[in-house]
Design a protein around this ligand. Sequence first.
Ligand SMILES: *Cc1c(COP(=O)(O)O)cnc(C)c1O
Length: 349
Amino acid sequence: MSKYFSEKFSGIAPYVPGEQPKNKLIKLNTNESPFPPSPLAMRLARQAVGNLQLYSDPNNTSLKAAAAEVWGIEPNQILFTNGSDEGLNFAVAAYCDSKTKAVFADVTYGFYPVFCNYNRVPYVEIPLKEDFTIDVDAFCKEEGTVLLANPNAQTGVYLPLAEVEKIVASNPNRVVVIDEAYIDFAEESAVKLLPKYENLLVVGTFSKSRSLAGARLGYVIGAPALLADINALIFCTNPFNVNPMTEAAGVGALLDTTYFQGNCEKIKENRAYLTRELERLGFTTLPSAANFVLTRHPEIEGAKLYAQLKEKGILVRHFAMPRISAYIRITIGSKEELTTLVEELEKLL
Ligand SMILES: *Cc1c(COP(=O)(O)O)cnc(C)c1O
């Protein structure tokens, strides 16, 4: 850092994204989709290129209309962000301060503490239970703004909606943010709870199930009053946070429901295949409702397995964190990618 860097950022620890290698590797490390964007998304994005001399629509009218149609919500119950990370950061900025801390699990999305440090707000981490499920009672008791990834990041474990509701209902005087980055590979979305709770925000992304990680498109669904808070912060920083190509691609990805559902089904099938094969090879895998699995082998440490697979051209993710350092996280890729992975694992063992 330079000597000019503001003191308010001294000691800041930025998020470390998974590797994005340029050479040919089987890439199972950052939970992207193995499938290309929907053909409709690509066609609409190409058309939008011709209008790039204009600023984007700061209200994302076409995206809101498409989302309202496909998800059965009102256009004023959703707003769009530059990836869901932007929405999460604004939620921390909007609903946390020196008196209202953020509350999240000890094993979850690594960006949460980064957002807290960036916004200079305190946070508490609630340990997952021994079986890596969310400690719902502890979340209900703890005061502060809740950030809950469901299915949870790194573990893939899904918390049933009735349990999520307990946390939302436990304290109407605080905001509960449910991060549903992986919900399309799981069961019910917390969007269902919206009519009952004015303190609920549901954040989602087009990066995983809709094959648009590079386009940067996320959304926040909630009561219009909460969305007005987030929107104010968007308009304090960048009202044009969703560019026209991304808006068009997002509309295509939403309207092409057949393509979307087909891909989600394939990921779930491939997840079942990989889980079975891992079990056959002696791995212990957490029950995943996401497009990745967290798994470990009794004989090889996570860090070693990661390094050995990388040598074979297969990239997975390893987290040097106390509770999950024995594990590796494997993104659910295409059937071909997973077959190659299983063959390599068989050789390694
Ligand atoms: C991938 C991910 C996101 C962020 O996705 P964007 O690409 O910023 O939309 C948010 N939360 C969790 C838990 C994720 O895994």
